[in-house]
Ligand binder design. Structure first.
Ligand code: NAI
Ligand code: MG
Length: 494
């Protein structure tokens, strides 16, 4: 790991924070309680903004606004094509402000500016644009039923949607949920993660500027246990879309049995990345490296378990450890920085505990393994070899820059070990043998399989998990199912 010179003392006054209050019914406003919470920069640990703290009372107002916008406002009656046009305009406004959005995301989240500019912001706009294209393509079917009847189906918006998102890709996660919700004609209440509310709030302002009517996108920052829980329980909310920890997903699922709300979940992972001995070794090393260290490992599809064939294991470990030792870590605003801090103190502590546990349980730390700098939540890219399947670093989602490298000898064995996890979000296989690639693809229980690549996520391709990694799919045509109800209409023909 290569440190960049010196961290800045402060980012104060460096970046304009456009919006810090709740967005309800088209107006930015304080919370009903008047309370605020601090948004902390993870590099300097300084408070960068005080953000209005929403709770149940604000969620009530937001649900009223979203219900009115759906039932009384122009949105519910608008031509689907016009909805799509407004969404396109919104995507354009985000694109026009890419640089400023990226800086705001870096300030709030700490990710390297190259990643915010290269992925987060352009992909948020691309996702909104992709779904804008669907707005006027949600078609029903005519169905040949028996008897003197004419039957057809209509696809209607599911209604008021509560969107609860995490802090790892703040604006992109907002777009993954708002895109299909708006295309389907729903209205929304977005609850950003308490760590990173800033970019979503500004994007909400631009949505109004684009002409998306008041009340269609309401944004209520606040904590999960208060604002989030109130949204989940609210009888006026028809659907919840959630991304976050699997244990939070379980709490939310249990809390919705009485209302039978529609639910989609995108939860965690412990994704296997399988490298065969016939793979192009350097490409596989680069791929496995990016798979885990992108966004400091704070990625639901992070390739945190690399299974490497025994005949190339030693060489692979050496190359990967060497690469990790050269990763540039430091001020995320520096365009040369590749690795920033973790999001907050809680995540930092959790990751450091797992690193300690990895050592205690007998894995070998071949790179990193320590804190970097005496301020900020920086952890060196960490690589463990000689990892066994039952070690905590091989079973638990760490959500940090910690790679476990495991050894395997046969195809059947590696498929079975790769699947021996409660999760099933993503996976990858590196080989030049196309038959082997598809044998593994068929065997893996995961929502995504990458062949000779990793972390390739496109708005048009469905994304989601098997098993504990989730329920339903986001992105792609399938995402629209989660935001629509099918209505069957049958007419008697005389
Ligand atoms: P979390 O699941 O607690 O938070 C995600 C979102 O859910 C936030 O907006 C939060 O305010 C909200 N939330 C929390 N409790 C809630 C509740 N009872 N009802 C409604 N909403 C609630 O995740 P957290 O605590 O930020 O991170 C903990 C771990 O979760 C990470 O270490 C990582 O393993 C995992 N995680 C996974 C993510 C993914 O993309 N799959 C994203 C973020 C975290
Ligand atoms: Mg939590």
């Amino acid at each position: 790991m290569t440190e960049t010179a010196k961290l800045p003392e402060s980012y104060a006054n460096l970046i304009n924070v456009p919006r810090t209050s709740l967005l309800i019914d088209g107006r930015f406003q304080s919370s009903q309680s008047g309370k605020t919470f601090d948004s902390i920069n993870p590099v300097t640990e300084e408070v960068i903004a005080q953000v209005a703290e929403g709770d149940a009372a604000d969620i009530d107002l937001a649900v009223i606004a979203a219900t009115n916008a759906l039932q009384e406002g122009p949105w519910g009656k608008m031509d689907a094509r016009e909805r799509g046009r407004l969404m396109m305009k919104w995507a354009d406004l985000i694109d026009q402000n890419q640089e400023a959005f990226a800086r705001l995301e870096v300030l709030d989240n700490g990710k390297p500016i190259v990643e915010a500019l290269g992925y987060d912001i352009p992909s948020a706009a691309a996702t909104v644009r992709y779904f804008a294209g669907w707005a006027d393509k949600l078609e029903g079917k005519t169905i040949p039923t028996s008897g003197p009847y004419f039957t057809h189906t209509r696809r209607e918006p599911v209604g008021v949607c509560g969107l609860i998102i995490p802090w790892n890709f703040p604006l992109a996660m907002a777009a993954w949920k708002l895109g299909p919700a708006l295309a389907a004609g729903c209205t929304t209440i977005l609850k950003p993660a308490e760590q990173t509310p800033l970019t979503a709030l500004w994007a909400g302002e631009l949505a109004l500027e684009a002409g998306i009517p008041p009340g269609v996108i309401n944004i209520v920052p606040g904590y999960g246990e208060t604002a989030g829980a109130a949204l989940v329980k609210h009888p006026g909310v028809d659907k919840i879309a959630f991304t976050g920890e699997h244990t939070t997903g379980q709490i939310i699922k249990a809390a919705t049995t009485d209302t039978m709300k529609r639910m989609t979940f995108e939860l965690g992972g412990k994704s296997p990345n399988i490298v065969f001995d016939d793979a192009n070794l350097d490409e596989a090393v680069d791929g496995a490296f990016g798979a885990i260290f992108l966004n400091q490992g704070q990625n639901c599809c992070a390739g945190s378990r690399a299974f490497v064939h025994e005949s190339i294991y030693t060489e692979f470990v050496e190359k990967l450890a060497d690469k990790a030792s050269r990763r540039v870590i430091g001020d995320p605003f520096n365009p040369g920085t590749e690795h920033g801090p973790q999001i907050d103190r809680a995540q930092f502590d959790k990751i450091m505990q797992y690193i300690e546990l990895g050592r205690q349980q007998g894995a070998q730390c071949v790179s990193g393994g320590q804190r970097v700098f005496d301020r900020g939540y920086f952890i060196a890219p960490t690589v463990f070899s000689e990892v066994k399947d039952d070690m905590a670093i091989a079973t638990d989602e760490i959500f940090g820059p910690v790679l476990s490298i495991l050894k395997f000898s046969s195809t059947d064995e590696v498929i079975s070990r790769a699947n021996d996890t409660q999760f099933g979000l993503s996976s990858a296989v590196w080989t030049q043998d196309i038959d082997k690639a598809y044998t593994v693809t068929e065997g893996l229980k995961a929502g995504t399989v990458w062949i000779n690549c990793y972390n390739i996520v496109d708005p048009a391709a469905p994304f989601g998990g098997f098993k504990m990694s989730g329920l339903g799919r986001e992105l792609g045509e399938q995402a629209l199912d989660a935001y629509t109800e099918t209505k069957t209409v049958t007419q008697l023909r005389k």
